[in-house]
Design a protein around this ligand. Structure first.
Ligand code: KIV
Length: 278
């Protein structure tokens, strides 16, 4: 574990030494603190926020203000982790100027170290402009949830040779445009492995097999706090939701029965002060 703030050169060194890079999503201060204490390298304030925290049906409605609000909280707890803010839908597609301006807000207002945006070769000019403005850009290809409708649903990408070739070309274009890292989501392991071999920047997989330079998961999936569905690529390391529900039911019952609060949770005035009250 690094004691100091993680830097891009540290991540590249890890990659060069064949040590895996770790990334986890977070959306609030206490989770960021736990992730930092666990020695994880990078935190992604993902726009998955919309689904796992804000209760939207997709990531599409997430706004810049929501992302900044949660990114600020994460940055306050992140400690040594390198924090990447995820640019929400329509915050970087409308114009290059708007994209650079919004990317800058993640750095200036929220305190993030970098930003992430979705899209392949068609987004390379935006990556170039943001990177030229001095902002580290993490690219994201494969299943890009913001364009799930265009992709005809949440489907594995690059399953045929043509689709796979497109992904490899996109990854190369994004690296050439200045991306310092790239997320590969829901693509066959062989394709992720090919991309990882071809690039000099770290690849971070989610549903992309074991040959990426690092891995990312959505925190709420990993700890069992998102019960609407569990994607195949998720490994749930702990199932917190039933345990939290149990504790809440116990609390309700104890309040209803007058068991909580007990003496140990109560404040009393001294007996002589109680006498003076009579
Ligand atoms: O929004 C998010 O959490 C993401 C990760 C799944 C990579 O984009």
């Amino acid at each position: 574990m690094s004691e100091k703030k993680i830097t891009i050169s540290y991540l590249k060194k890890k990659m060069a030494e064949g040590r895996k890079i770790t990334m986890m999503t977070a959306y609030d201060y206490p989770t960021a603190t736990l992730i930092d204490q666990a020695g994880i390298d990078t935190i992604l304030v993902g726009d998955s926020l919309g689904m796992v925290v804000l209760g939207y049906d997709s990531t599409v409605p997430v706004t810049m203000e929501e992302m900044l609000h949660h990114s600020k909280a994460v940055c306050r707890g992140a400690g040594h982790c390198f924090v990447i803010g995820d640019m929400p839908f329509m915050s970087y597609q409308v114009s290059v100027e708007k994209a650079v301006e919004n990317a800058g807000r993640f750095i200036k207002e929220a305190g993030c170290e970098g930003i992430k945006l979705e899209g392949g070769s068609e987004m390379a000019h935006v990556v170039r402009a943001i990177s030229d403005a001095g902002i580290p850009v993490c690219a994201h290809i494969g299943l890009t949830p913001q364009s799930a409708t265009k992709l005809s649903g949440f489907k594995v990408q690059g399953k045929d040779a043509e689709g796979a070739r497109k992904l490899v070309d996109s990854a190369k274009d994004l690296e050439a445009a200045g991306a310092f890292m790239i997320v590969l989501e829901c693509i066959p392991g062989q394709v992720a492995s090919m991309i990882t071999d071809e690039l000099n920047i770290p690849t971070i997989g989610i549903g992309a097999g074991r040959y990426c330079d690092g891995q990312v998961l959505v925190y709420h999936d990993l700890v069992g706090l998102f019960e609407r569905f569990t994607p195949k690529m998720v490994k749930q390391y702990i199932n917190l939701a039933p345990r939290i529900r149990e504790a809440l039911v116990q609390y309700r019952e104890e309040v209803e029965k007058g068991i909580f609060p007990g003496r140990e949770h109560s404040f009393l005035i001294k007996p002589e002060e109680a006498d003076r009250l009579k």
